[in-house]
Design a protein around this ligand. Structure first.
Ligand SMILES: Cc1ncc(C[n+]2csc(CCOP(=O)(O)OP(=O)(O)O)c2C)c(N)n1
Length: 451
């Protein structure tokens, strides 16, 4: 326990309360001001150490591309060009400190499923079988999959539109995603809502929220709920380089940082915020620098290297379990398709696309596993790819054959009215907050206000 301040002890002996009553209001306010200053200055004592890792930015990349996108106006033709050195050798995959060979192979398989599933969705869209648009995570599969793979079964994710691979890691089937896009009766939301807007309490997946950044406070809330039940869990979500500029990103992540909640925020630093280059979106070079302002550790990884993504997330998850709080990971990569299927991304300079094409996460990881580590033989690799193709074909046929929903289902299962609709049991244990036993959930201020 901290030692008592001898001056305060002496003042107490003299009867501090009695002394205060004898003071003029000016004297009292001067004493209060001194006390506040002493508190802020630490009373001259050594300042407490910052929470572990806070304010520290690490850069794990084996390559640090040095180029930038500039806007050029050539006789009225406004377009983007890329300036800098694009002629760099493709870096190797950085060995993971934690992944076992079987786990690395499983991540690779999920990445294949992720990309194959999205190609299938593209074909279905072109045949007018999809309701709404199609969103892709092409080039980002390693980031979505390897980060979700680093979580434990009690942890949560809140995916964004580019994290469809994370759904697969969390137990959804490629068929579920296809049916969802086709608004089929057997899809996760039974035809309500489209795209990847679905989630599950059982799978601990919070449905993606289109308003950029809104999943972050949701994750902070889930982590807080678990903490009240006596458990530190990790809650992983992702945000784009454009989306991280929203106010709610700051509010949600700041809350997690202050409360030391295990929110793991991956900034998908994919060079484009829709059609705006990151250079025109933010003033910082590395978005990981934002971690300093939040007071949490920040890590930069190569988002096309699943081992770096896994290790950074794994360590963030371990911090969360230890109750040390939130972590910000910046994954640098490029969105290899447009914002969605309607966007041909013609604003992307060809040289930049070619640079990142050579760094394709799947091709590089395949080479690493087959030629580098030799954890997969060529035959095993071909067999796995054929298996993935077969699964995607079977799922596409099943999804196409699935019926459309009944019209009257539209109004069902939309609003949950609490216990009257379905019970929401505590997941991790008894609530440990003081005074909770005297209060029923439906009587708390928020619930009353909502009604
Ligand atoms: C709060 C909010 N503002 C605007 C939009 C519209 N919007 C959807 S995606 C997008 C660009 C997002 O860019 P980024 O976060 O970098 O993700 P990327 O598409 O590049 O992966 C915008 C502006 C939105 N969904 N939510």
């Amino acid at each position: 326990m901290a030692k008592k301040d001898p001056a305060a002890v002496a003042l107490g002996r003299k009867g501090g309360k009695a002394r205060l009553t004898k003071m003029t209001p000016e004297q009292r306010s001067s004493v209060a001001r001194q006390a506040v200053r002493a508190r802020w200055d630490g009373g001259g004592a050594a300042k407490p150490a910052p929470p572990s890792g806070a304010g520290r930015i690490e850069d794990w990349r084996l390559e640090k591309p040095d180029f930038r996108v500039v806007e050029v106006d050539k006789d009225g033709d406004v377009h983007y060009e890329v300036r800098g050195n694009l002629d760099l050798p493709v870096p190797p995959i950085r060995d993971s400190k934690y992944l076992k060979p079987a786990q690395a192979i499983e991540i690779y398989k999920y990445m294949l499923l992720n990309r194959g599933m999205e190609f299938t969705l593209e074909k279905l869209y072109k045949q007018s079988k999809v309701v709404g648009g199609v969103y892709f995570g092409t080039g980002q599969e390693g980031c979505s999959v390897a980060s979700a793979y680093a979580l434990g079964k009690d942890d949560w994710i809140a995916p964004m539109i580019r994290n469809q691979g994370a759904f697969l890691v969390r137990g959804y089937h490629t068929r579920d995603v296809m049916m969802q896009y086709m608004a089929k009766a057997e899809g996760p939301t039974k035809g309500k809502d489209a795209g990847s807007h679905f989630g599950s309490i059982d799978k601990k997946v919070s449905a993606p929220i289109s308003m950029l950044g809104d999943s972050i406070p949701v994750m902070a809330g889930i982590a807080l709920g678990a903490r009240l039940q006596g458990r530190n869990i990790a809650c992983l979500t992702w945000i784009g380089d454009g989306g991280q500029s929203t106010g709610v990103t700051y509010e949600g992540f700041n809350f997690a940082a202050v409360q030391k909640l295990g929110v793991v925020l991956i900034v998908e630093s994919n060079h484009w915020a829709y059609s705006t280059p990151t250079e025109e979106q933010v003033g910082v070079k590395d978005l990981a620098q934002r971690a300093i302002g939040y007071g949490v550790p920040g890590v930069i990884v190569d988002g096309t290297d699943p081992c770096q993504v896994y290790d950074a997330t794994y360590e963030a998850v371990e911090r969360a379990y230890r109750g040390e709080g939130a972590t910000l990971i910046e994954a640098k990569m490029m969105r290899m398709k447009g914002h969605a299927i309607h966007d041909a991304a013609q604003y992307v300079p060809a040289a930049m696309r070619e640079f990142w094409q050579k760094r394709d996460c799947i091709a590089r990881f395949e080479k690493y596993l087959v030629d580098g580590k030799k954890w997969l033989t060529r035959e095993q690799n071909e067999r796995m790819k054929a298996e993935v193709e077969r699964q995607l074909d079977d799922d596409r046929m099943a999804a196409e054959a699935s019926p459309m929903p009944e019209p009257e289902w539209a109004a069902k299962g939309v609003y949950c009215a609490g216990a009257d609709c379905h019970p929401i049991p505590l997941m991790y244990g008894e609530v440990q907050a003081r005074g909770h036993k005297d209060v029923k959930l439906e009587q708390v201020e928020a619930a009353v206000h909502l009604k």
